[in-house]
Design a protein around this ligand. Structure first.
Ligand code: GLU
Length: 509
């Protein structure tokens, strides 16, 4: 049997990073098993539909490289399955009808206000947690409690109804979760879930089962929040006489502090995105930041997500998608929630940046420099940019930090680290820097090594240790007491720029 997994988001807003992780695990597993990964948009709840959310989901998955294998062909574009488009084909109603025919489901005519009254009455009687189930259904208006004739009359009249699952109490419902192992529930605690709503739309409970059956899903991978509904789902499969796919309920992503579900508010509070891409709320216009816009590599974002709740059982932390596909397994997904660590997220990006090719980074950086300094500026050349990248690479976590971090490579300093000046600037060091331009003029090949040797020789000649003037030299060249490799910077900036910076410092310090 071919493995078939699906990601089944509801288009109710931007995709949370936890949702991306669900998609990722479903994708990794399908690919590893040479199976298929399917995207299905679960848009049956029209009250919660948010314009732009579906496009957002597709764009986010595409950015991450989580590409569905299947969908309905539409104008040459790969489109996902949509439940709203499947509804009119009668798929959901057919299954509901089967459950009705077999006495496993029933019509319920109660209006929302009737249910509120029942709940309030129960509360008045001191009963908390009222639900529509075997213990209460006979007191409600449905095809089990009303005479058959009345039911027929109500249906003929076109009275609004929902179809509910008939849950028999006193049974133990068991299934084997791919992460949690055997899980059992007492059916007495399960409510008679609505399967078809008053607007004729199926609920999630029915729709996902019908679709998983029809799409021949072998592994249903979803968030832990669905575990409490699993017993109702087991029952529906039992009633239909169809074997369940294997379910995996993924652990929650937790706040950096470790307790509670990771929310957008945590991101706002601590300054990290919880969405893969930036999202503009269509109603309020509020903008939420995204990993893409922050400068994350999609590969690093995916790598970081994969490690949130799964471990490979080895020391390896940096993975490509191919490596993740090979290494992934549900046995190594933890049952407990996974604490999100924003610094670690940056670390994955930093690792990838460190291992990127200098020439390629330089090409991208040179484009950025051209837009800042102008096309003609020699410092926006590919060569100069690559040289800068080599110096800066170990000091940044994102490509978009190159310019700000290495600003002194593009601008002579106008201020000088005061602490270093106060400590080191005196008659002796001044004499040294007055003599240095001459020495540097005579260096034949202006390389880091040669400049360093000349610098050290001059210090010795003047009766100093190189260390006495080294940090001052850095401050003179860059304005700062610490930064990139000093003589590497000297070589990159070149003879005339270095000499001019020394002269500027001599007049302004
Ligand atoms: N539409 C459900 C959700 O967005 C999908 C759950 C599932 O994958 O079955 O949570």
């Amino acid at each position: 049997m071919t493995t078939r997994t699906r990601f089944a988001p509801s288009p109710t807003g931007p995709l949370h990073m936890g949702g991306v992780r669900t998609a990722l695990y479903a994708y990794l597993f399908a690919k590893q098993q040479q199976g298929k990964f399917i995207l299905r948009i679960e848009d049956t709840d029209q009250n919660r539909y948010v314009p732009g959310a579906e496009e957002y989901i597709i764009e986010a998955l595409t950015w991450c490289g989580i590409i569905p294998d299947e969908g309905v062909g539409f104008g040459g574009k790969h489109e996902p399955y949509r439940q709203s488009e499947r509804k009119h084909k009668g798929f959901y109603m057919n299954y509901a009808q089967q459950l009705l025919n077999n006495g496993n489901a029933y019509y319920a005519f109660d209006r929302p206000e009737d249910i509120d009254i029942a709940r309030k009455n129960a509360e008045t009687d001191g009963v908390q947690g009222w639900q529509y189930d075997a213990s209460t259904r006979m007191g409600m208006r449905n095809s089990l409690s009303l005479p058959e004739q009345e039911v027929r009359h109500l249906l003929d009249q076109g009275t609004q109804y929902v179809i509910r699952l008939k849950v028999n109490p006193g049974q133990t419902l068991t299934f084997t979760d791919m992460i949690r192992g055997e899980v059992s529930f007492d059916s007495s605690l399960v409510d008679d879930k609505v399967l078809i709503k008053a607007d004729g739309m199926p609920t999630y409970h029915l729709a996902h089962i019908v679709d998983d059956i029809m799409m021949e899903i072998t592994h249903a991978i979803r968030g832990e929040e669905w575990l409490p509904s699993a017993p109702a789902h087991i029952l529906i499969y039992q009633y239909l006489g169809i074997p369940m796919p294997l379910y995996a309920h993924l652990p929650l992503l937790l706040k950096p502090e470790g307790n509670g579900k990771l929310s957008k508010r945590d991101g706002d509070r601590l300054g990290f995105p919880v969405f893969p891409l930036q999202w503009k709320d269509p109603v309020t216009g509020e903008i939420s930041s995204g990993y893409r816009e922050k400068g994350y590599y999609p590969e690093s974002f995916v790598n970081m997500l994969a490690m949130l709740g799964w471990n490979p059982g080895t020391e390896q932390e940096v993975f490509t998608m191919e490596e993740l596909i090979n290494a992934f397994s549900f046995e190594r997904v933890h049952k407990a929630g996974a604490r999100f660590d924003p610094d670690k997220a940056k670390w994955y990006n930093e690792q990838r940046l460190r291992h990127s090719n200098d020439e390629e980074l330089g090409l991208k950086f040179s484009m950025e420099l051209k837009s800042i300094l102008g096309e003609e500026d020699p410092r926006s050349s590919h060569d100069f940019a690559t040289g800068a990248v080599k110096l800066l690479k170990e000091r940044v976590q994102f490509e978009n930090e190159f310019y700000e971090t290495g600003k002194y490579l593009f601008e002579a300093p106008s201020t000088y680290d005061e602490k270093v000046i106060a400590k080191r600037w005196n008659e002796k060091s001044k004499t040294f820097f007055q003599a240095l331009p001459d020495v540097l003029t005579k260096v034949e090949h202006f390389t880091a090594e040669n400049c360093k040797a000349a610098f050290e020789q001059l210090a010795t000649e003047q009766g100093m240790k190189p260390g006495d003037v080294l940090q001052l030299f850095r401050v003179i060249v860059s304005g700062q007491g610490s930064g990139v490799d000093l003589f590497g910077m000297v070589e990159l900036l070149g003879r005339s720029e270095i000499i001019s910076r020394i002269q500027k410092a001599l007049t302004s310090i």
